[in-house]
Design a protein around this ligand. Structure first.
Ligand code: ADP
Ligand code: MG
Length: 253
């Protein structure tokens, strides 16, 4: 039996008279990569930010690593890592200085170069954040979530806008972080990504969870209804062509 690390029960969020989250319940297991999928406006970010203690909920119960959100939000803050919006970084500081700044805020003693090495950004140590490519920016912001050695990290659309190589590179990084024991909650609009990366996914639509299972089981369930995809006539797709021609290695770095 897997250990539950996040438990969300009957969570609702009202923005004025609009109910963005309509009674969501789910558990996240320790050590898994859990995906929240769903159309724009489904309520994914709202749900995540409530668990992250960054937004207030309207009703429901949230427990993170045994800490109740209503009673121990500060205990929750200490054990989670949240990928900040990119605009939040001081423009005048280089990557090492930014990491030192965060480490100071968290009261942690960490080696910035070691951390930059983990996300393959050692050679950008003296660069400013704005000088990084899209993929590098995402890797750096993931690095910042690791500074307090969290048990859980939250990644809200970390691969949106990245080229195919940078996306794959980020998948490897996310798997490495999970393999070291960190639980990961991620949102994405790329279903191929969710299928390859996530142990389990919840599909959210209009503030409700309409499905929750392993990608494999969700696919099998659909096939069992008699669903049949139009036959693939080709053995490769355009993404295969792109990767084959431009190589698997990272570009624009
Ligand atoms: P998702 O991340 O799934 O795209 P969000 O959680 O960002 O969805 O938004 C869910 C719904 O709540 C959307 O209809 C959005 O417009 C609305 N919403 C989000 N934040 C606010 C806010 N601060 N005030 C009012 N409505 C909001
Ligand atoms: Mg969102």
């Amino acid at each position: 039996m897997q250990q539950v690390i996040i438990s969300v029960k009957e969570l609702t969020k009202q923005y004025g008279s609009f109910e963005a989250v309509k009674g969501i319940s789910f558990d996240v297991y320790e050590g898994e990569i859990f995906g929240l999928l769903g159309p724009n406006g489904a309520g994914k970010s709202t749900t995540l930010e409530i668990i992250e203690t960054l937004r207030t909920k309207t009703s429901g119960t949230v427990t993170v690593n045994g800490f109740n959100l209503d009673h121990a939000p500060n205990d929750i803050k200490k054990i989670i890592g949240v990928q900040l919006q990119t605009s939040g970084y001081y423009p005048g500081l280089n990557l090492v200085e930014l990491i030192q700044l965060f480490a100071g805020l968290y009261n942690r003693n960490i080696d910035p170069m070691e951390l930059l090495g983990r996300v393959n950004l050692r050679d950008k140590a003296k660069n400013k954040f704005k000088e990084l490519s899209g993929g590098q920016k995402q890797r750096f912001s993931i690095a910042t979530t690791l500074i307090n050695e969290p048990k859980i990290i939250f990644l809200d659309e970390p691969t949106t806008g990245l080229d195919p190589q940078a996306r794959r590179n980020l998948w490897d990084l996310i798997r490495e972080i999970r393999d070291k024991g960190t639980t990961i909650i991620i949102t994405t609009h790329y279903m191929d990504e969710a299928e390859k990366l996530c142990d389990r996914v919840a599909i959210v639509d209009s503030g409700r969870i309409i499905a929750l299972n392993t990608p494999d089981q969700l696919i099998d369930d659909l096939v069992a209804t008699g669903f049949e995809r139009p036959k693939e006539v080709k053995m490769a797709n355009l993404e295969d062509v792109f990767i084959h021609m431009t190589g698997k290695e990272l570009r624009g770095e």
